[in-house]
Design a protein around this ligand. Structure first.
Ligand SMILES: O=C(O)CCC(=O)C(=O)O
Length: 297
């Protein structure tokens, strides 16, 4: 296990910000206690029990666990807006922080689901900006055996490489996308995390993850933070939730955290955000696919 990152009063030191800039990722950063992470997990699993098999929602529950889950699930918005997470993210993005999306990535026990190696910014319509970072928080043990995140050190210093859409049913990504570059196993850094720990990665970082061979679910929540300078270049309307500070640029339509789970207004809002993000994410795809139906369970 890699030594835990030592924050200074909950924040990144200058050295740690430099390390992120140089490597393109940073982990493991403890943002929540194991107990707190277990409470979050219980809350998620209660929602799953309540909504998974009943037809109480306009779309299957999976659709709401991916993409802008922060628009409809208060738990996700609360985690994404938590001071402990934002204090760290501020060391990368500055004082003004927006949430573009926050979503669960779940691999069930002994599942073949994987995430092919890719660069996030290929699909986000924001260009090759450094005004974004993903915080990935483990709510269950994330290990090599359970399919933890894998990074290629320094790969964010490249441009966006060509990717291909495989539309593999076992991929958790919208198009089963994969980078068209062979990454030898010895170049992969395995970001093993305990529940409550987080990794950060740059949108140009080449990353992915393997299947879950373990006896537990692998549950992560990926929060896509941006700063107000970012411009969504490919879609008509762009939405984001203000997490900290102010937005003097006005490049995004701000939306509020949901007042309660799956409220009617939040479901309507979620629909609008998904339509807009779907255009961005699937813009150049040759086949229809949807991240909103990709989450397992
Ligand atoms: O959860 C995973 O294994 C992959 C998540 C991912 O690709 C991301 O957060 O950008």
């Amino acid at each position: 296990m890699v030594k835990e990152i030592e924050l200074a009063k909950g924040k990144l030191t200058d050295d740690l910000s430099e390390q992120y800039k140089s490597d393109g990722y940073l982990f493991p950063v403890e943002v929540f206690s194991r107990k707190q992470a277990e409470t979050f997990r219980k809350e998620l699993e209660t929602i799953e029990d309540r909504f998974a098999s009943v037809n109480k929602l306009p779309k299957p529950l999976n659709s709401y666990k991916r993409g802008p889950a922060n628009a409809v699930i208060p738990l996700v918005a609360d985690i994404a807006k938590d001071k402990r997470v934002l204090d760290v993210v501020e060391g990368i993005l500055g004082k003004n922080i927006l949430i573009w999306a926050a979503e669960f990535f779940i691999k069930e026990t002994k599942s073949k689901h994987f995430v092919g190696m890719h660069q996030d910014l290929t699909y986000w319509g924001m260009g090759e900006t450094s005004g974004q970072v993903t915080a990935w928080i483990a709510l269950s043990p994330s290990r090599k055996k359970s399919g933890c995140m894998e990074f290629v050190r320094g790969s964010h210093k490249n441009q966006i490489f060509p990717h291909e859409d495989t539309f593999s049913g076992d991929s958790l990504l919208s198009r089963g996308q994969e980078i068209k570059v062979d990454i030898p196993r010895d170049k992969k850094i395995f970001a093993e995390l305990d529940p409550g720990q987080m990794s950060l990665h740059h949108g140009l970082m080449i990353h992915g993850s393997g299947p879950n061979f373990s006896d537990d679910r692998r549950i992560g929540i990926a929060i896509r933070y941006i700063n107000p300078d970012v411009i969504q270049q490919t879609s008509g309307k762009s939405y984001a939730m203000l997490a900290r500070g102010v937005d003097r640029k006005g490049n995004f339509i701000h939306y509020p955290a949901p007042s309660r789970l799956f409220s009617e207004e939040s479901l309507q809002l979620h629909k609008e955000i998904c339509e807009s993000q779907h255009q961005v994410l699937m813009g150049t795809a040759k086949q229809e696919g949807s991240v909103w139906s990709k989450s397992t369970a």
